[in-house]
Design a protein around this ligand. Structure first.
Ligand SMILES: [Mg+2]
Length: 212
């Protein structure tokens, strides 16, 4: 089985990255900026609180090497899946430099096959296009079984559903502060995950995950 993960708010809480960026901005432009940023209710509000040009803050936000850790339950799940012989991949939307820094900071290269890491800026199109998913199938073979685990029903499951993958949505319970709306009501059927989980370790109990 090939199990492919989204990155932000699936393998770690994206708010941890956001707070890391606030610390990097404060180190660069003044430590007094940190407290108001930490108390802001959104990144936008945090950037406004500093009075600095948005472009300067975004540059640090996107390019700093983040101080983030892989949560224990993610580490456990990834290593268990690897030990059981499954191939692991990553499909994430974002800038190459930002997502590559996160991957390195989280130590994901230990678990995830480098040729199965797809970042939208490098691919040239986002998840909805399905390009990264198609390339994974070309690499791993039409006869393999595929799973995609994500958190955002607006874009994470459309391509996988179309290609016959098992799509799995990790609900907010996992980290408690998801950056995006996860409500499934009112979404078209092609957006909906086939399964919903509240913690990554639930993957280990799925049929077919016991052994590859
Ligand atoms: Mg996500």
């Amino acid at each position: 089985m090939t199990v492919v993960f989204d990155l932000d708010d699936t393998l770690y809480a994206e708010m941890e990255f956001v707070r890391s960026a606030y610390r990097a901005i404060a180190r660069r432009y003044g430590l007094h900026l940190l407290d108001p940023m930490m108390r802001a209710s959104s990144p936008r509000e945090a950037f406004d609180s500093t009075g600095l040009p948005i472009a300067d803050q975004l540059k640090v936000y996107r390019e700093h090497f983040p101080d983030i850790r892989l949560p224990w339950l993610s580490l456990y799940t990834l290593s268990m899946l690897r030990n059981r012989g499954h191939r692991l991949g990553l499909v994430t939307d974002g800038r190459s430099v930002t997502q590559r820094n996160k991957i390195r900071a989280l130590g994901l290269e230990r678990f995830i096959d480098p040729e199965l890491i797809f970042i939208s800026e490098e691919v040239g199109s986002d998840k909805l296009s399905g390009q990264a998913f198609g390339r994974i199938m070309a690499l791993c073979g039409e006869n393999d079984k595929y799973v995609y685990v994500g958190d955002n029903p607006h874009k994470d499951f459309v391509a996988g559903n179309r290609l016959g993958w098992l799509t799995v949505c990790l609900l907010d319970g996992a980290f408690g502060e998801n950056l995006f709306d996860q409500s499934l009501g009112g979404l078209p059927i092609e957006n909906l995950p086939r399964k919903i989980i509240c913690g990554l370790t639930e993957l280990l109990d799925f049929d077919g995950f016991a052994k590859s």
